[in-house]
Design a protein around this ligand. Sequence first.
Ligand code: FAD
Ligand code: NAP
Length: 531
Amino acid sequence: MQLDMLVVGAGFAGIYQLYKAREAGMTVRVLEAGEGVGGTWFWNRYPGARCDVESLDYSYSFCRELEEEWEWTERYASQSEILSYINHVVDRFDLRRDIQLNTRVASAHFDEDRALWSVRSEDGEHLEAKFLVMATGQLSVPQKPDLHGLDDFKGQWYHSARWPMEGVDFTGQRVVLIGTGSSGVQMTPIIAAQASQLTVLQRTANFSVPAHNMPFTPESLKAAKARYPERRAMGREAITGVFLNANTKTAAEMTEDERIAELEYRWKGAGGGFRMLRAFADLMSNLQTNHLVAEFARNKIHAVVKDPRKAEILSPKPDLPYGHKRLCGDTHYYETFNRDNVDLVDVKAHPITEITPTGLRTTQGHHELDVIVFATGFDAMTGALLAMDIRGTGGQSLREKWAAGPRTYLGVSIAGFPNLFVIAGPGSPAALSNVVHSIETHVDWISNFIGHSRSKGTRRIEAEQAHEDQWVDHVNEVANQTLYPVGNSWYLGANMPGKPRVFMPYAAGVPAYRRIIEGVAEKNYEGFAQV
Ligand code: FAD
Ligand code: NAP
């Protein structure tokens, strides 16, 4: 079958891309590996999963009526509510008929003579399309450590991103949870409340702030919705694509008392979550300012966690800047370590040595167990793209091209891979933002570019090598002016053994990025060959 466009992935990105392509009168199909739509929110069903950007912002903005009619019940919506919302969008806009589930794309090869993408699924189905849009997600390929003995473990084990549909009942179970990123932090309090014993294995302490999640009342939701257009407009101009009431002053421009008051306001009362990252204008560029915020957070941990041994393990080390990994937003995470049935092991100091039939061994001792939970993250940003055999002009494979790290022009296009676009790809600010906002920005821009190309009758649109090189240099230059490229974050690929260490997101922020891509469009898509 030959289509105008094939989209891979049916999460927020693929669904909106389908909507836009339909609107433009294109023939389009979405191929999705999962047995349902929703992407992240289909797969990550672990207890406590919810968004870390407020629901009102972590949702599509393209349709005013949709915003009005959907009723979020909580400030930070749960996984099931977000999944219901996505399904609602799919049905409301009659998108389901162009989404093919249970179809994992294995390869995509560009046929130069016909200027078509030839796409094959793992089941051998073959489709062709003029445009290929990769909406495969930045965090869609789970990573699990290769632990010796897991196959012989007599209990159950689960990964946060491949959670069973029917859920898991931890009642009376002895559980080990490996990993303390956002997923581990969200599930810890809930597993602790069910399990007879929970032992959290932490390799690197992470920064987490209270999310201050709360239900909407009919009145509070009505009041928030009354200001929706203004809220969205402020989000567009905020560095992370969501309004966080950023302080425009650097720490040095404030007195000690003002600094503390600013931090307390953000920790306790300002709506929680990411607002901490906007406490000072120079938080992610000035080490001294960053230390101040990190020290504030460490003091908070010590104030909450009663056992000084646990508090010390949970306190991020001073060599790791605040916010260098995506900040976690939690509900009673630190308080959970005051429970008698919750223990904490520093597996950097006492590494895991093996899984045994009845438990898990570290260099410190053996834990008898019923369940192991992996909250060990993802092969982020490049994992899903490189899992496919993607070949562009001259048969060049993406795996070869990206062997030393990903290279894109503007985070959406790859030299040598004509008529192919990536949504929220490496080299874009998506990972450091409200990702739904970044997705909409990308899809709108890609759709305009394709519309422009179709109106001019061009066969091929392709990033020029020189412009891609300049963009990669620019992304690196911006990253090096920040405190991001340290530690072992997934932004750097450093969470994956053997992956090249390259800072992948564009750190100049969403508005700056949007102005660049809009400028490129205004100059007849500068940097793209259009033939
Ligand atoms: P995804 O939702 O990841 O969808 C990609 C889809 O592509 C998947 O369904 C996958 O099965 C499919 N796919 C991949 N490869 C193939 C293939 N070869 N063939 C066929 N199908 C394929 N971001 C925020 O901004 N705020 C949040 O609060 C937030 N919370 C998150 C919580 C969790 C637990 C996780 C893991 C991520 C979170 N994120 C959050 C990031 C989140 O991934 C994005 O916000 C957003 O959902 C990504 O949408 P997407 O459509 O780009 O990708
Ligand atoms: P993550 O942030 O990459 O965290 C993985 C955790 O597992 C880290 O603590 C890591 O330790 C640990 N780990 C990995 N391999 C290990 C090993 N071999 N032994 C011991 N520990 C190991 O993954 P995540 O928590 O799934 O989150 C990924 C991203 O998804 C987040 O950054 C966020 O963008 C998104 N997310 C958002 C939310 C939300 O709040 N809405 C929830 C979940 C996920 P090290 O740090 O030492 O590597």
